[in-house]
Design a binder for this molecule. Sequence first.
Ligand code: NAD
Length: 391
Amino acid sequence: MADSSISEKNNAVTQDPNFPIFNALQSKGHEEVVMCSDPDTGLRAIIAIHDTTLGPALGGTRMWNYKSEQEALKDVLRLSRGMTYKAAISGLNLGGGKAVIIGDPRTDKSEALFRAFGRFVDGLGGRYITAEDVGMEVQNMEWVYSETKYVTGIPKSMGGSGNPSPVTGFGVYMGVKACAKKAFGSDSLKGKRIALQGAGNVASHFARNAAKEGAKLFISDIYEDKAIALAKEVGAEVVDADSIYGLDVDIFTPCALGGVINDDTMELFKCPVIAGGANNVLDDEERHGQMLLDKGIIHAPDYVINAGGLINVAGELEGYNEQRCLDKAAQIYDTILSILEYAETHKIPTNKASNILAEQRIASVAKIQRIYSSKGHFSGRHGEIYMSSRR
Ligand code: NAD
């Protein structure tokens, strides 16, 4: 139990208006932030561990030319917290973490820099497991991996899980089916008109699954050749990037960039369902989530429906098996349905409902950890740190 006089004293010490870092951590429940500095290589990185109730904190490393240290810190705190929710709602025994390397990904990369970063990750002894994110490439991750085993999403040729997109795309397909079930009474996509934004990795895998079931797809990409190639493969129609929002369709499936549900596009949507793999689709989570509810549009929260990528790298920790990951991604169907039910019962936006359900899972697992048990381990490359029960 915390001594209240000590915590009062500590809180008084941390109320520094110029650099309120502990306030930032406490307000969103972060456990630990590690500032990594190596002047010789120019490494300046921040690792944030948000919550490890369910297991080690997993999340990618992003390299970005942040304008300030504060901007980098804000980003890593936001992203690491998002990973906690994603792992929790997906039924994974993982916590949330993230790392950012401050620097220009086009000019500031070197072997020594990434190996130095790898040593900081290793120093955390498995509390944080990293992966590839924006600004990072396979070669960079290989350098990190040469200094620490706490890396996931490594190439198949190195014994890892490789490209996560097939599992992500399949999970999106299952999530879209769940939304169809709620909206139309049947989860069959046969004859359903789907507007697919993007013709990249996730979109392609989604499109193949949906087309096989008889969906009628309309595809847009800012690179028209990509849209044409995918449309040809799956028997779809190409539409231009701007008109995709207002199509007369059953389902809008964003699989490109974030922020596409915003003040400008909101009034264009005629579809009863929005469900797709793109991250951070709501420009303003609170406001646009509520606006979708008010419009009666069924919305699958992005971090739930696109969790196949995380499921894939988590599978690597147990000894990778693609079919097992696909089976786990199929459960996104039930997860989305339970979120839609909860949101309907409580008359709240679906993104809020999924946050509540994720928090409930964390709280319930935290409670059972008071019961003493010998530590149950999973086998595999990270078996010793990836445990079903940690205490
Ligand atoms: P990708 O780069 O392979 O594909 C994205 C495609 O979107 C590209 O073809 C790009 O040209 C197109 N695009 C960009 N802006 C567009 C616009 N305004 N209109 C139409 N098309 C546009 O990326 P990806 O790996 O398929 O990821 C897609 C989304 O899914 C991203 O938001 C990503 O964060 C998210 N996601 C991906 C994974 C994964 O496993 N790859 C996992 C979770 C989430």
